[in-house]
Design a protein around this ligand. Structure first.
Ligand SMILES: Cc1cc2nc3c(=O)[nH]c(=O)nc-3n(C[C@H](O)[C@H](O)[C@H](O)COP(=O)(O)OP(=O)(O)OC[C@H]3O[C@@H](n4cnc5c(N)ncnc54)[C@H](O)[C@@H]3O)c2cc1C
Length: 803
């Protein structure tokens, strides 16, 4: 084994082999893969090898498309067959809700160029005669589904990488990782040491253990997974290879395997494997079968596919593979650890391995993944993902793999975990809570405890009228919202203003003022949107998206000078409440000595005040788009602040409101939000944030790309729409049609109660953005007329925010 390499990839499963291949393809030849045993010695060797393009996250779906297309390329380079069988697949719906879900999945696939089709049960039966059509209501057909040979794929990647210059060392275990002062790594193995500039943790079943070598606890857990192969079936003799099928109700996937069928389940009673530590002596081993556990799924399977019952079981495979809490991979550089990369938690290696390898290699070589990989970024998790939290969420995710998650459905595992001091007080007001980064926050308030439950639905739910009443309170009187679930950073030091001016696209506000600012990457794309609150010359409170805290910190770390400025995350040190509505000023004025008149404390002001007995930062700003204030206090004061606002607010008609009402109101103002309207695939002018980009500044990150975008106008435009929808609103990811063609996609949607209309925000090509008509938005399979808005639906002049 060589003693130095630019990159050491730890792990020779399908993911490590793909990363290795993609690094050579991107031009890095001095790369070494170290594998403990033979290639495929983790989850890979016993996988069922199924692959498909459909994924809840369109950006992950794109990378899945890429993976499937890649197999031809690596077969050609390596001469190694991947054993690709493209059979096509059907997803079977037994309920109307599932059929609606399929229609939505088909619609999402439209703008990704997927050729999905909703078919009747009769058509489905023709394609897949093993099904008993009496159990189903309809199906979706996908021509690009199939399966591969896991051994063949891994070796095809590995050989292609070797042809490209990579080296692979087998039967060598990495036992420790030690970082040198310059950020490079000593990779300690039982066969000698290697000095590497970069290390990639692609250790699959052992990724947690490799993470622990560098002091991190990666949120992944292995689950046992079983599939069985039937005996040969006369029904298959002389027939074309059967399609892949997913039967959601049975939690079953099924495909042909030689003369029989392979059937796997994601059973409700899923069992984790090696919950705390994965044994190093586990190799190409299987776990004992437990057919009892999957019996309920098998029973449904035998009813739905009767020929299987008489075929008999030839073989059962029970093997472990890893999941992150949301079931998507964990990739990218790890905050605080220079040159340490992860590519793990990949639960669908044969659909996703290629895309993971591509994105990670680009990230390493070019400094940017080249695609929107937020849904897979390791930085989407933070300190709350303890071992037990991950355990609870992974079990839940596994057991719900084939369940529908409704847009208003809040999953229950690992809750409540994090709460603010007013949690019980809000519960007493009949709050229905959601969890965000493990933190409970109110979504809406029911009139009674008995009604404080969401009836899950793709349509407007039981919460609709109550959310409407909350919006009316904000429109006509005053509402109170808990805003603790925002991310916060304290930027301090003499270099604060200069550094922020370099990192943010907008100018840094003067002391006592607030400025909104996009944060751009070097390519001028949006990687954040912040509220900068200038506390003092050398002190700014930055407020942004909490879920992106690690993502932002990783970026800040890269840019911070050795001295003069520091950035400290303080999300849970400052918790907050917002009061909004025409009476919010009078309410707050009754509690503070400072003059809150517009002349003395205008829109976008920020100041330390005493609110009753509570010391607070008060900003005159509100995401509701009307008159409003955000109040930030240290956690110990939140109860007192809440009590005094609620007490004083009684005479002003105060009413608590939640995140659902806020979402509706921000849509009425066409205000975007991170991960929906603002993502690294959009530029600031495309996203309508041009007014927050200060091109008068000579230098800031992304300036030249932003200037070019301003000049060219960019390729896309974010538009607001009023949608002719009656009982269901757009949610996000629906296609936008124009003149009979899919031209764009919805990023968010909701009913705007203050304007009495269904609203959506979405991106369309700049060339069609000026059209005044001809738009439609597809909601649950139905194309609804959509009228593009010239400005915000509510208070387009913005006068109300400034009164
Ligand atoms: C029963 C079953 C059925 C499945 N069916 C499908 C399917 O149909 N479709 C699909 O896409 N996916 C399927 N999967 C999931 C699939 O197997 C995984 O997504 C994939 O194998 C993950 O690959 P990996 O490279 O991340 O991890 P692994 O395969 O676990 O590879 C990690 C490698 O790293 C090595 N390693 C670990 N630590 C060290 C160290 N310290 N030093 C050196 N080497 C080390 C290990 O020996 C191992 O070879 C299935 C899994 C199971 C268990």
């Amino acid at each position: 084994m060589k003693s130095h390499a630019k990159v050491v990839v730890i792990g020779g499963g399908v993911v490590g082999a793909s990363v290795l291949y993609h690094l050579t393809k991107a031009g890095w030849k001095d790369v070494l893969l170290i594998e403990r045993a033979e290639l495929t010695s983790g989850s890979t060797w016993h996988a069922a090898g199924g692959m498909h393009t459909v994924n809840g996250d369109p950006n992950v779906a794109k990378l899945q498309q890429y993976t499937i297309e890649l197999y031809k390329e690596i077969e050609k380079i390596s001469g190694q067959s991947c054993g690709v069988h493209i059979t096509g697949g059907i997803m079977l719906a037994s309920t109307q809700e599932r059929l609606d879900w399929l229609k939505m999945a088909k619609a999402r696939g439209r703008y990704l160029g997927m050729d999905l089709e909703i078919i009747s049960v009769d058509e489905a039966e023709k394609l897949f005669p093993l099904m008993d059509k009496r159990h189903f209501k309809g199906a979706m057909y996908d021509p690009i589904e199939g399966h591969v040979d896991p051994y063949g794929v891994t070796h095809a990647y590995a050989k292609s990488a070797q042809i490209g210059g990579a080296e692979i060392v087998r039967h060598t275990r990495v036992t420790d990782l030690q970082q040198r002062a310059d950020g490079s790594w000593d990779v300690i193995t039982d066969g000698g040491n290697v000095h590497a500039e970069h290390v990639v943790n692609a250790a699959g079943l052992w990724a947690r253990e490799v993470g622990r070598m560098v002091g991190i606890e990666l949120p992944i857990l292995a689950m046992e997974h079983q599939y069985l192969i039937t005996g040969d079936m006369p029904e298959l003799v002389g027939k074309k290879e059967q399609l892949h099928a997913i039967d959601f109700e049975g939690e079953i996937y099924i495909r042909q395997e030689r003369g029989g069928m392979l059937m796997g389940t994601y059973e409700r009673a899923g069992v984790p494997w090696s919950e705390v530590a994965t044994p190093w002596d586990f190799g190409q081993d299987l776990l004992p079968n437990d057919l009892e556990r999957i019996a309920p799924s098998l029973e449904v399977g035998f009813q739905h596919f009767p020929a299987l019952e008489s075929a008999g079981i030839k073989k059962v495979v029970n093997g472990p593979f890893t999941f992150a809490p949301d079931g998507n991979p964990l990739i990218g550089p790890v905050k605080g650890l220079k040159n340490f990369w992860v590519a793990c938690g990949v639960m669908a290696g044969f659909s996703q391995g290629g895309g993971v390898g591509l994105a990670l290699s680009r990230w390493m070589v070019d400094g940017d993944p080249g695609a929107d990989v937020w849904g897979m970024d390791v930085a989407r998790y933070g300190d709350w993902t303890t071992l037990a939290f991950t355990n609870a969420k992974v079990r839940e995710n596994y057991s719900r793999r084939f369940s529908i998650q409704f847009p208003n459905e809040e999953l229950t595992a690992a809750r409540p975990l994090r709460t603010t001091p007013i949690y019980e007080k809000l519960a007493a007001e009949h709050a229905v809570f959601g969890a965000y980064c493990g933190l409970e926050h109110p979504l809406w308030f029911a009139p009674s405890a008995a009604e404080a439950v969401d009836h899950v639905s793709f349509k407007r739910s039981n919460a609709h009228p109550h959310v409407g009443a909350e919006c009316a309170a904000v429109r006509d009187a005053v509402g109170l919202l808990e805003i603790s679930n925002y991310g916060k950073f304290e930027v301090k030091g003499p270099g604060t203003a200069e550094w922020l001016s370099h990192v943010m696209a907008n100018r840094v506000p003067s002391v006592g003022r607030i400025a909104l600012s996009p944060m751009l990457n070097d390519r001028g794309k949006l990687i954040g949107d912040f509220t900068m609150c200038r506390v003092a010359a050398d002190h700014v409170l930055l407020i942004g998206t909490y879920a992106a805290e690690s993502y932002y910190l990783r970026w800040f770390e890269r840019l911070l000078p050795p001295s003069g400025v520091s950035v400290r995350p303080c999300a849970m040190e400052y918790v907050g409440l917002s009061v909004a509505g025409p009476h919010s000023r009078a309410l707050l004025q009754s509690l503070v000595r400072d003059d809150l008149s517009t002349a003395a404390f205008p829109f976008m002001s920020f100041r330390r005040m005493e609110v009753g007995m509570v010391p607070a930062y008060v900003g005159r700003v509100s995401f509701t788009g009307g008159l409003g204030y955000e109040l930030w206090v240290t956690t110990d004061y939140q109860r007192a602040l809440y009590d005094s606002l609620m007490k004083a607010g009684r005479e002003f008609g105060i009413r608590p409101f939640g995140g659902r009402a806020l979402n509706a109101m921000r849509l009425e103002k066409s205000f975007g939000t991170w991960a929906r309207e603002y993502r690294p695939i959009y530029g600031p002018y495309e996203a309508g944030l041009g007014r927050f980009v200060d091109l008068k500044k000579e230098r800031f990150i992304g300036r030249s790309a932003a200037a070019e975008e301003k000049e060219s106008g960019g390729a896309l435009r974010l538009l607001g729409f009023r949608v002719d929808a009656t009982d269901a609103d757009a949610l996000g990811d629906e296609p936008i049609w124009h003149d009979g063609k899919v031209v764009g996609w919805v990023t968010s949607g909701a009913f705007g109660h203050r304007v009495g209309a269904s609203l959506a925000l979405g991106y369309v090509p700049a060339a069609v953005a000026a059209a005044e008509s001809g738009f439609e938005i597809e909601i649950i399979g139905e194309r609804r007329n959509a009228v593009p808005l010239k400005g915000a639906a509510f208070d387009p002049s913005g006068a109300l925010m400034r009164v």
